[in-house]
Design a protein around this ligand. Structure first.
Ligand code: AHG
Ligand code: MN
Ligand code: MN
Length: 336
């Protein structure tokens, strides 16, 4: 990548258009779609930052398809993303953690070529206690053409390797957006003064041999033996030793892993025998980001992005982070 002039001010729109220029087939539609996501992120972060001043905290009286009580901010974020993307003209199907079925937005010929899957608000349990939450998105191209007759499932149920782009926004001490289109991972910080996402870092690489592991240790007794063995090893002097950090918002835990290295994991547990995290709008987009930064993302055995999905909301165990750490866990799991 040609070194940039440090005085250059690069907005995310400019960066996306530069990325587009590298894809000869790209038509600028893609940057138009991504600007819908940055618009939604700006609106959501403004609400998140006023939580407590406006009636946006706490629960609704409804549960989502996972039987989880929806937070007011879950619903708000979902509505904003729908409204920002549904009128872009190039989104065919939307799939959300908060909606039981995909939404068919456009299927007229020549319209709606993209599929966007998203977790509108990740880390909902942390909203009321002012801990970082975020939004996660994953973008595909439709695989069908013409009118959509199967509820969008063929277009939605694609393996993660088909993703055109993926990313997340962390509403933390600052609002940071990460995205990849397969040409590295790039970070942008929202400048509150201008409302623009400005380039903060590009071609980010995950540190090798990180010394942080991130897991909800309350589930330790029901983790697979290989995971328990690796955690026992990680706690030894010989291993480093590691330190443990767990925020409880995957988007924040994975962002820290991208920057500081180490591994985030949500293994299968007694309560969630298939893992808790969702393949299509949590594991796959984060896997694309971490792989593009030089890391790995597996379900303990298989590469996350090669999993062939059967349902929009299917869950998966997830081990994601530096190559060394993820490989070591997989080796211990393979020993049984
Ligand atoms: P969401 O708020 O979108 O439902 O996601 C919450 C997820 C993920 O963000 C986090 O890593 C995990 O739930 C935490 O689960 P535990 O509380 O079981 O550790
Ligand atoms: Mn989530
Ligand atoms: Mn969520």
């Amino acid at each position: 990548m040609a070194e940039r002039d440090p005085d250059q001010i690069i907005t995310i729109q400019q960066h996306i258009i530069e990325q587009q220029r590298k894809h000869p087939t790209a038509s600028g539609e893609f940057s138009w779609l991504l600007s819908g996501i940055t618009l939604a992120a700006s609106i959501i972060q403004a609400k998140v930052r006023r939580a407590g001043l406006i009636n946006i905290l706490g629960e609704t009286d409804t549960d989502n398809v996972h039987g989880e009580r929806q937070q007011k901010l879950d619903i708000f974020a979902n509505q904003i993303i729908e409204r920002c993307l549904a009128f872009r003209g190039n989104v065919g199907v939307l799939g959300s953690e908060e909606l039981p079925e995909p939404i068919i937005v456009h299927s007229r010929e020549g319209h709606g070529k993209y599929v966007v899957l998203f977790d509108p608000l990740d880390g909902s349990g942390n909203i009321d206690v002012n801990v970082s939450v975020g939004t996660i998105f994953s973008i595909y191209e439709r695989v069908t053409s013409g009118p959509i007759t199967d509820g969008g499932l063929k277009d939605v149920l694609q393996p993660g390797v088909n993703q055109l782009a993926a990313g997340y926004i962390v509403y933390g001490s600052s609002t940071v957006m990460a995205y990849t289109t397969g040409d590295g991972v790039h970070l942008f910080t929202l400048d509150p003064a201008t409302g623009s996402f400005m380039l903060a870092d590009e071609h980010v690489r995950i540190p090798e041999n990180g010394k942080i592991y991130s897991v909800n240790e309350a589930n330790f007794d029901s983790f697979p033996k290989g995971v328990q063995d690796w955690i026992h090893w990680a706690r030894t002097k010989e291993a480093g030793p590691f330190t443990s950090r767990y925020i409880g918002s995957m988007v924040a835990d994975v962002h820290r892993t991208l920057i500081k290295g180490g591994v985030f994991m949500y293994p299968a547990t007694a309560k969630s025998p298939k893992g808790k995290l969702r393949l299509m709008y949590e594991a796959n987009p984060m896997a694309f980001i971490i792989e593009q930064a030089g890391g790995l993302a597996t379900d303990g055995k298989n590469r996350i992005m090669e999993r062939v999905p059967t349902e929009l909301h299917e869950r998966t165990p997830l081990f994601i982070g530096g190559k060394h750490e993820v490989t070591a866990i997989m080796e211990r799991l393979a020993r049984g």
